[in-house]
Ligand binder design. Structure first.
Ligand SMILES: Cc1cc2nc3c(=O)[nH]c(=O)nc-3n(C[C@H](O)[C@H](O)[C@H](O)COP(=O)(O)OP(=O)(O)OC[C@H]3O[C@@H](n4cnc5c(N)ncnc54)[C@H](O)[C@@H]3O)c2cc1C
Ligand SMILES: *[C@@H]1O[C@H](CO)[C@@H](O)[C@H](O)[C@H]1NC(C)=O
Ligand SMILES: *[C@@H]1O[C@H](CO)[C@@H](O)[C@H](O)[C@H]1NC(C)=O
Ligand SMILES: *[C@@H]1O[C@H](CO)[C@@H](O)[C@H](O)[C@H]1NC(C)=O
Ligand SMILES: *[C@@H]1O[C@H](CO)[C@@H](O)[C@H](O)[C@H]1NC(C)=O
Ligand SMILES: *[C@@H]1O[C@H](CO)[C@@H](O)[C@H](O)[C@H]1NC(C)=O
Ligand SMILES: *[C@@H]1O[C@H](CO)[C@@H](O)[C@H](O)[C@H]1NC(C)=O
Ligand SMILES: *[C@@H]1O[C@H](CO)[C@@H](O)[C@H](O)[C@H]1NC(C)=O
Ligand SMILES: *[C@@H]1O[C@H](CO)[C@@H](O)[C@H](O)[C@H]1NC(C)=O
Ligand SMILES: *[C@@H]1O[C@H](CO)[C@@H](O)[C@H](O)[C@H]1NC(C)=O
Ligand SMILES: *[C@@H]1O[C@H](CO)[C@@H](O)[C@H](O)[C@H]1NC(C)=O
Length: 532
């Protein structure tokens, strides 16, 4: 209840204040940037203020949640599309001088728009121009700048080798900057862990404008920016990743089953096996509601099992026959392809789509959306599943996605990276509502649906804390109001995202950024003793 009140208060504040903030004094920040940049790399050529005719299109080109593409959404006083490190250094200096919050945006996929919306006056440091990718197959490594998108990373690896890949997210337009700094998971997580489990070096600009690599920033700060979220600690410029091996042929399938097809038993069995399967197999299960009769509009529950297997279809079929016969998988459900083609399959491109579509920065679908997350420790009993199915029919427009853990994820100690959700988890659950209507009322309606389903599932998921995944940003979990530095407010969401790693993050933050320059609605606070 507390969280829904926050959202309503912030909705009305948006209405009251957006106009005055968008038109606040903007020339002074620009002047400051100009006076702090190098003449050889002019900063005015990459600065967009609200009066500029390109301002709106620059702002919108990386808004990936249409909930924040409204006239009432708070707008930045300036967008700096940095081309050179001196632009970033000037942005940090001038942000301090003007007391104006700096939001860092790479791919813009933050579910709550935290990279490009704020509840205080702000400007955007936009990193999409920092997008080079240098792959070395010889060394099985790559340097990847933060403005690259995952599709580009996959394409540039596959261009050089069909037996290498990288374990990261499923959606190709997600940006490296937010994704890697927040953990990053995908369908090779059970074999190779998270993206951050395969990062070997990084480059950041710290609060004093220094460019640091892993050796000069030290192991603590490197640990923090590989899962603790970059935006609390500095501006990440690039990550060096360790490539992983993939077979030249992988197998995929996507199999739907409705309630009438013995769904309760299939879903129950899935929860028992998905986490114990060989590491090479990853089965995502999505639960939603569909029309069973187009004529009458009668609704039913559906589960869709979407799979990547790092091997051929013969082995996959016998494995599934042995461990998950309830699904009734057939040879005709399975398709063999290269690993990079499986990236396209997983994100719903039609068979035969050229692989270079991965270089496109235009998302396949753009909608208004809300996401929440949970962790499953024990199988939901059959009566529990029946209860959830009934409630989902009532709510209709909200889906649940289960991403199985186990394998490599269970071998990595929870303190290895800020991301703490390792052994003991069967799956991560995502709550998802998408809608097409503009406006606050529609948003409230669909956000309410996700909150209701989240309330219904309470008995079946992790407790004390009810754990959450940072990259599935959810401001319902708590907010540091007005970007201020409250340790107590920070601990509310911090413990859910990071569990016992939260205090280490606060310690590192206090040392790296004692004045809390790098802050947002859910950043890591500094220790209370350092508060001003
Ligand atoms: C369609 C879609 C699919 C997704 N699929 C997956 C998935 O399969 N697996 C998964 O793990 N996640 C997934 N996500 C979540 C995604 O990983 C996170 O939203 C991630 O933070 C996005 O990174 P970004 O650079 O695009 O986002 P941004 O919105 O640009 O940034 C997100 C956060 O990171 C900060 N940040 C960005 N760049 C930098 C930088 N250079 N230095 C410091 N801080 C920075 C921002 O300030 C913000 O706080 C998905 C999201 C969407 C919208
Ligand atoms: C904008 O800021 C500059 C520098 O701080 C100041 O000189 C100027 O008067 C301000 N303009 C307005 C309209 O507030
Ligand atoms: C908008 O800003 C860009 C980048 O600074 C600049 O190149 C362009 O001339 C500006 N356009 C207008 C109409 O002011
Ligand atoms: C500042 O914003 C106002 C109002 O949006 C706009 O008219 C003006 O051109 C902007 N100033 C600069 C220097 O871009
Ligand atoms: C975002 O809003 C603008 C202004 O209303 C609109 O022109 C644009 O089409 C919207 N973007 C998308 C992807 O719908
Ligand atoms: C591979 O690693 C070696 C040793 O660190 C280095 O000298 C070389 O430049 C690297 N090659 C590439 C292409 O990065
Ligand atoms: C990739 O190599 C080019 C050319 O050497 C260099 O300019 C660029 O900075 C490199 N990118 C990264 C992310 O290291
Ligand atoms: C449904 O699943 C149960 C348990 O797996 C099984 O015993 C039963 O035979 C199945 N029923 C049908 C109709 O397939
Ligand atoms: C289901 O059918 C009803 C009635 O025909 C229709 O209004 C609704 O949009 C349909 N829903 C879906 C998900 O197709
Ligand atoms: C599945 O297993 C059953 C017995 O356990 C066997 O009879 C059948 O041939 C197997 N099918 C496949 C495709 O492996
Ligand atoms: C959303 O839920 C809140 C709190 O339960 C309620 O006050 C509000 O009317 C709901 N809004 C919509 C549009 O359903």
């Amino acid at each position: 209840m507390e969280s829904s009140r926050f959202a309503i208060i912030s909705f009305s504040l948006t209405l009251l204040l957006s106009v005055s903030w968008a038109t606040a004094n903007n020339s002074s920040l620009l002047e400051c940037l100009e006076s702090h940049s190098e003449p050889s790399n002019p900063i005015s050529a990459v600065s967009y203020t609200p009066g500029n005719s390109s301002y709106s299109s620059v702002l919108q080109s990386y808004i990936r949640n249409l909930r924040f593409n409204e006239s009432t959404t708070r707008k930045p006083q300036l967008i700096l599309t940095a081309l050179h490190v001196s632009h970033i250094q000037a942005a940090i200096v001038c942000s301090k001088i003007h007391g104006l919050q700096m939001k860092i945006r790479s791919g813009g996929h933050d579910y709550e728009g935290v990279s490009y919306v704020s509840d205080v006056p702000f400007f955007i440091l936009d990193m999409f121009n920092f997008r080079s990718i240098n792959v070395s197959i010889e060394n099985e490594t790559a340097w990847v700048q933060v403005g690259a998108i995952l599709g580009e990373v996959y394409y540039r690896i596959a261009e050089k080798s069909n037996v290498h890949g990288f374990p990261a997210g499923v959606c190709p337009t997600v940006g490296v900057g937010g994704h890697f700094s927040g953990g990053g998971y995908g369908n090779m997580m059970r074999k190779y862990g998270l993206s951050v489990d395969n990062i070997i070096d990084a480059q950041i600009i710290d609060v004093n404008g220094r460019i640091l690599d892993r050796a000069s920033m030290g192991e603590d700060l490197f640990w923090a920016i590989t899962g603790g979220g970059g935006s609390s600690f500095g501006v990440v410029l690039a990550y060096q990743i360790k490539l992983v091996q993939v077979p030249s042929t992988v197998t995929v399938f996507r199999v739907p089953r409705t309630y009438e097809e013995n769904l309760t038993n299939i879903v129950y069995r899935y929860q028992q096996i998905a986490e114990n399967l060989p590491d090479e197999i990853f089965i995502r299960m999505t639960l939603d509601v569909v029309n069973s009769s187009v004529r009458t509009g009668a609704k039913t529950n559906r589960a869709t099992f979407l799979t990547l297997y790092l091997g051929d279809s013969v082995k996959l079929l016998s494995l599934m026959n042995e461990t998950f016969p309830e699904l009734g998988l057939m040879q005709s459900d399975c398709t063999e392809m290269s690993w990079v083609e499986s990236v396209l399959y997983w994100t719903n491109f039609p068979t035969g789509t050229p692989v270079n579509v991965l270089l496109s920065r235009v998302p396949q679908v753009l909608t208004h959306l809300k996401r929440k997350s949970d962790y499953l420790k024990n199988p939901i009993p059959k009566q529990g599943l029946e209860f959830i199915f009934k409630r989902m029919i009532e709510l209709e427009s909200v889906a649940l996605a289960f991403n199985p853990y186990g394998g490599r994820m269970a071998e990595i100690p929870p303190s290895e990276k800020p991301f703490p959700h390792r052994a003991g988890n069967l799956a991560k659950i995502q709550y998802a509502a998408n809608w097409n209507e503009n406006g606050v009322e529609a948003a409230e309606k669909y956000i309410n649906l996700t909150r209701k389903l989240y309330a219904y599932t309470t008995p079946f998921v992790s407790k004390s804390p009810r754990e959450a995944f940072l990259n599935y940003r959810d401001l319902d979990l708590g907010i540091n109001h007005n970007g201020r530095n409250s340790y107590l407010e920070g601990a509310v969401y911090g413990i859910k995202y990071f569990k016992n790693n939260f205090n280490r993050l606060v310690k590192i933050k206090t040392k790296a950024d004692p004045d809390n320059f790098f802050r947002n609605e859910q950043s890591i606070p500094v220790f209370p003793s350092r508060r001003r």
